[in-house]
Design a protein around this ligand. Sequence first.
Ligand code: ZN
Length: 264
Amino acid sequence: MLTYGDCILYVKKVYDALNGQINHIAPAIRLALTEPNPDVAKKIEVVGSQCMLYIEIRLDSVFEKFNYLKLTDNEIRGGLLFIVAHELSHCNQKIIPNRHTDIEYVRYIEYSNNVNTINYLYKYEDILKEYLGPYEVPDIALQAYYLQRNYYNGEQIIFPYISSVKEKVLDGLSIITKEDVYDTKYPLVNNINMEVYIQNRMHKSFNIIRNKQLTIEPIDIIKMSQFIARGIYDYSGYSTISGDTYTACINLNSAPVYNVTVLR
Ligand SMILES: [Zn+2]
């Protein structure tokens, strides 16, 4: 019987094997295991999430669910593999910012991502089994995919690829400021900075784009992701433009609450 600790190790092993492969354009920077909030996580049944290049797996919820369903060890491994692969695949996916309330769009993003994930796992099944040992992706992990497939009823759905890490970061920034930050919208912008305030007092400022080149440090990409990631920060975002420099500002309404166990 797989223990909770075995599952943590397995998730790390899967992440190491797949990161930069299924998401070759935009490798993830960090995998985090989130302690589920009993009031929220279980109700909405979120098992994993992806934000920019940051992946969270709610392993407690997954483990409890899999235990409850009396899955075999092979099925637990297959389920964990599918969840991690699904979240990593999102890193490579072009997700238009600020359309998360558009149900049709979210359905399309999730379905095309599931198709991409399943195709990848199928294509590399032999190599994965050689490296990870035996596993079996259980039906419960594929439930959302089956529903989406019925909905699209054979329609050809194309997985939309991101063009670069820079685009992924700017899309993340667009979520933070709630406006689209693109070269086309601001052709004269050469530099993009970010300023973080805590209760209106300057906390940190950093550079994202310098002379149109991505210069942000990985640690700051993680911070940006965490601003967006559900439940970590309560913030408001806005932007200013001065000359050829766009500055995204976020004001945290309270000090950050870290409810995340960071693995890497
Ligand atoms: Zn998803």
